[in-house]
Design a protein around this ligand. Structure first.
Ligand SMILES: NC(=O)c1ccc[n+]([C@@H]2O[C@H](COP(=O)([O-])OP(=O)(O)OC[C@H]3O[C@@H](n4cnc5c(N)ncnc54)[C@H](OP(=O)(O)O)[C@@H]3O)[C@@H](O)[C@H]2O)c1
Length: 321
């Protein structure tokens, strides 16, 4: 089989032949039809991730066949027994173990789930890591409910866009931010009630004027812009944080947090059980992940560069076979 290998950090992935993996006891071999990229893959290739091990085949998202069954792979390995957090042995498919940018991958049988029938291979591959992360941060952590107002920042991101689709499906009112006006137009066309460009001076004040305030805010940026978020919260709001793309949070006012009784909730991926619930929800609401672009597997480096530039609206997918 062919696979994209990360041989060294800060080097392009190498597209070369590899032996078909031999599953260990308890594992299953999946013949992959499609894989998807996450920002994690960019961070790893650049050496900006903890515990990098090379050589390795990256890729956390995949959909394919196992013994004639169409499956999607839950990318959380060894979540452990606590609902509130992952255990010490937690790992993610695609580093340190080999991932899905390949013809075949071996993963624990327990991580295989039936592919939602309404999804094409590319859509099914786009769902796992982003869908699981969006599910947990919105529903398990922030307890988003029908009729609540939610702000999702950086809507061009893969997780952010699925979070918007899930929140709309549950009957929440969704508002979004982006650094690109065109992405804001696209989000409104998909059902967002309103939007703001976070690169515009005073964006938070005008958003507050038009939206009034939010019960839930979902953020993956952190950085200097985060300190504006508590001001946009209604009393008793929950802020879910699953990423830190813009770096360390600065100038956060403790007073506004405690006076408004705001909950700050960190969230990381999710368990196999949450993955199952997420798939059921996607099937029930016939949700189709938004796909920005599909590249053939051999063009994995172009796909990574595309994601790194941040031009995408939705998931970047690799077609395998
Ligand atoms: N904890 C977890 O389990 C988990 C899981 C998945 C991802 N993550 C993390 O979450 C982040 C996003 O991941 P992803 O795979 O969804 O990435 P992605 O698809 O590459 O999207 C990144 C998005 O971040 C937005 N962004 C960048 N700077 C921003 C800022 N200053 N303010 C607001 N938004 C900003 C951009 O949105 P616009 O283009 O709309 O401006 C961009 O499209 C990464 O840091 C990733 O490591 C964490």
């Amino acid at each position: 089989m062919k696979a994209l290998h990360l041989l060294e950090i800060n080097q392009p992935l190498s597209y070369e032949s590899n032996l078909i993996p031999i599953p260990k006891p308890g594992e299953a071999l999946v013949a992959l039809h499609a894989a998807a990229l996450n920002h994690r893959d960019v961070y790893i290739t650049k050496g900006q991730y903890a515990g990098i091990k090379t050589p390795v085949i990256l890729g956390s998202d995949g959909a394919g066949d196992h013994r004639g069954q169409a499956v999607v792979i839950c990318p959380s390995l060894n979540w452990g027994k606590h609902g509130l957090h992952q255990g010490d042995d937690f790992q993610i498919v695609g580093m340190p173990g080999n991932g899905t940018f390949a013809g075949f991958v071996a993963v624990p049988k327990a991580n295989l789930h039936p592919k939602p029938e309404h999804l094409r291979w590319e859509e099914a591959a786009a769902l796992p890591l982003a869908g699981l992360t969006a599910w947990r941060v919105l529903f398990s952590r922030c307890q988003l409910k029908r009729g609540e107002k939610v702000l999702i920042t950086g809507i061009g991101g893969g997780v952010a866009l699925l979070a918007m689709q899930f929140a709309l499906a549950v009957g929440a009112e969704v508002w979004v931010t982006s650094g690109t006006d065109e992405k804001l137009d696209q989000a409104r066309a998909l059902g967002a009630s309103g939007s703001a460009n976070y690169r515009t001076e005073g964006w938070d004040k005008s958003l507050k004027q038009s939206a009034g305030g939010f019960n839930v805010i979902i953020d993956s940026a952190g950085g200097d812009g985060f300190s504006a978020l508590p001001g946009l919260c209604l009393p008793g709001a929950r802020i879910g944080i699953y990423g830190g793309s813009a770096g360390k949070i600065t100038h956060l006012s403790p007073q506004i947090l405690f006076w408004k009784q705001i909950s700050l909730l960190g969230s990381t991926m999710g368990s196999n059980a949450e993955f199952r619930k997420m798939l059921q929800f996607v099937a029930q609401h016939q949700i189709h992940p938004v796909i920005d672009r599909v590249f053939p597997l051999e063009q994995g480096n172009e796909a990574l560069a595309h994601l790194e530039r941040g031009d995408q609206f939705g998931k970047v997918v690799l077609k395998i076979q």
